[in-house]
Design a protein around this ligand. Structure first.
Ligand SMILES: C[S@@+](CC[C@H](N)C(=O)[O-])C[C@H]1O[C@@H](n2cnc3c(N)ncnc32)[C@H](O)[C@@H]1O
Length: 274
């Protein structure tokens, strides 16, 4: 396990996945009934963007810095941007909240978060970031086991957020297996699976498998340069199962601004896959 999210915190995939995550949470909060969130690959929680790890590649400069500096964001992105700005009361971006902190900061009194992280150092950091909050449990372990051990959760409405590092070659297959298990155990739960876009069609096999699970599927993909650009991560995708009602319209209102803010080269764009 070499992956440490500290090197990548606040990069363009983080911005895209976290903007969508917070919009999903805002939708859950539109009903008074409490909800559960399970964050299967939670990372360390809070990232210091002035630290060596983040400074080395400087990925956040092409991610969160760009969106914080750009005006005219659609209103639906305000809750996400506010959560990030709350960690940066002075100008600029010195700290970045990862998914478990964005979720925790969105919970109401009766909502619950269970966060899993396999890397022992990051699990310890996460415990430190989230410790002492009775709405939150942190588990040091394999997030995919949550699909068996933690589903269905109590409260019984909510979201599973699955954001693996794609360090292993069979991560797409693992996601497909996890999705099938998850939907079987919690057919009414919402699921969000993150995936990288390196070239055209990277995720077409996964999306085809998700389509066959018998629940509604909606994927959103955003790429910052042409998908044919060799040698790296060109885009970021999030496949949603059981998305909220009319969530596609919300994405259509927000993705154009995000795409413009994050574009790095010719051929940037975004799309929905239904
Ligand atoms: C992309 S990062 C997560 C970032 C985090 N979700 C966020 O948005 O702030 C992926 C994380 O998954 C962890 N990880 C890798 N394999 C795992 C597994 N099987 N179960 C749980 N965590 C795992 C890595 O240590 C890493 O911290």
């Amino acid at each position: 396990m070499n992956y440490r999210h500290g090197y990548h915190a606040g990069n363009f995939p983080d911005v895209m996945k976290h903007a969508v995550l917070v919009m999903l949470l805002e939708r859950l909060k539109q009903k008074p009934q409490p909800f559960s969130v399970i964050d299967t690959h939670a990372g360390a929680g809070l990232y210091d963007l002035t630290a060596d790890m983040a400074q080395r590649g400087g990925e956040f400069r092409h991610g969160i810095v760009r969106v914080l500096e750009r005006s005219g964001a659609p209103a639906e992105l305000a809750p996400y941007l506010d959560l990030v700005r709350r960690r940066n009361p002075d100008v600029g971006a010195r700290a970045y909240p990862g998914s478990p902190l964005l979720i925790r900061d969105s919970l109401r009194d009766d909502d619950r978060l269970q966060a899993l992280e396999l890397h022992p150092d990051d699990a310890a950091l996460l415990r430190r970031s989230l410790g002492g909050d009775k709405r939150v449990s942190v588990h040091a372990g394999d997030g995919y086991l949550a699909m068996k051990a933690l589903l269905p959760p109590t409260p019984r409405r909510g979201l599973v957020f699955v954001d693996p590092p794609f360090e292993v070659t069979d991560e797409f297959e693992r996601i497909a297996r996890a999705a099938a298990q998850g939907v079987k155990r919690w057919p009414t739960g919402q699921f969000a699976f993150w995936y990288p876009l390196k070239e055209p069609g990277t995720a077409s096999g996964l999306l085809a498998e998700l389509h066959m699970l018998g629940v509604e599927m909606l994927a959103v993909e955003l790429w910052v340069q042409a998908l044919e650009t060799p040698g790296g991560l060109n885009g970021s995708g999030l496949a949603l199962l059981n998305p909220p009602w009319q969530f596609d319209q919300l994405l259509e209102r927000t993705m154009p601004w995000l795409s413009d803010a994050l574009a790095r080269g010719r051929g940037a764009g975004w799309r929905l896959v239904r």
